[in-house]
Write a protein that binds this ligand. Sequence first.
Ligand SMILES: [Zn+2]
Length: 308
Amino acid sequence: MTKTEADKPTRASELFSSPTTDVILLSLDGVAFSAHRVFLMEASPVFREMLSTLQPGAEHESRSLPSLDLSEIEEIVDGLLRWIYPCPNKPATDTWELLESYFEAAWKYRVDVAITALQERLNVFVHRAKSKSTPVRAYGLCLWLRDTCGLDAPDLLTLARKSIIRTDTNLLQMDAVTLKRLTAMDVVNLTNAQAAYRRRVDRILSFPKSWTFSYRCSQHTSKEDRMPPWWRAFRSHLLTKAKNRTAQDPLFSSSFLASWTELVTCLDCRGQLTCAESEFRRMDKELLVLWETGTGGDLVCWEIKKAV
Ligand SMILES: [Zn+2]
C-alpha cells in the first residue's frame, strides 16, 4: 500500500527512538515508535505472528526499517511498550478510559505482563470505588474479561456486584459509557437483585408487630395506630441511611440515637425510643447478615444468575 503524505508519521516517540532498533511501530495518530523485534516477539505472540509475516518491502522511508501500522493511538502504544520494555516508569492508569483502552490493547496483542499489571490496577479501582458508577463499570469490565478474555476474577466481580446492589445506584439513569459492557439482561438482573435487597432492608426496618412499650404514650399513640409518633420519620431516615452507606457501619449508632432522643420532646414518647434499643440492635444484626451474605429469603443477591 502506498503511503500518502498525510499518512506519514508526524513525529517520533521520544522514549522509543533508540538507533539500535529494527522495527517501527506506527500509531494510529502517526507517531513512530522504534522498537526491537526481540522484545516485541518475546512479550506478545501476536507481535511474533505479525513480525514474522512483515513484508520486507513495507519500509518506513526515513529509517529504512520495516514498519507495522497499529490501530491504537500514541498513548496506548507508548503504554504497551513501557510494559514490554524494562522501563522503570510504567504507564499511569488513573482513569477508567485509560484502564479499559489499555486492557483492550493488552488483550488484543496478548501482552501478559500488561494484563497482569492491569488486573492489579482494576483491583485497586474496585476497592477504592469513589463514585456510584465505578462498581458498574468494574462489573462490566469483569464480565468482559471473563467472557471475552477468559480472565475470571470472581471475587472482584462479586465485590462490584455487591456494591451496586447494596446502594440505591439507579442503573437506568447511568450514561451509555458506564453501561457499555452490560447487556440489557445484566441490567435487568442487577436491578431485580437491587429491588429484592431493598425489600429485605425495608422489612428488617419495619415496625415489629410484637413490639410493646413499657412507656407507651397514651397521649400520642392511639389503639388504631400503634406506632409512636417519631417512628415514621425515624424509619425513613434509617432507610435512606441504609441505602446510601458504602461501609457496614452500624445504623443505630449511639450518637444517632442520642440526636433522635433529643428531638422527641414528649417524655413518654422519648421513653418508647429509649426502650426500643434492644430491637434496634436486633435490626442492625439482621442488616449485617444481609450485607455480608446477601441472603434475603429465597433470594441470593450475590449470586450471578446465568442466562439460560
Ligand atoms: Zn408522647
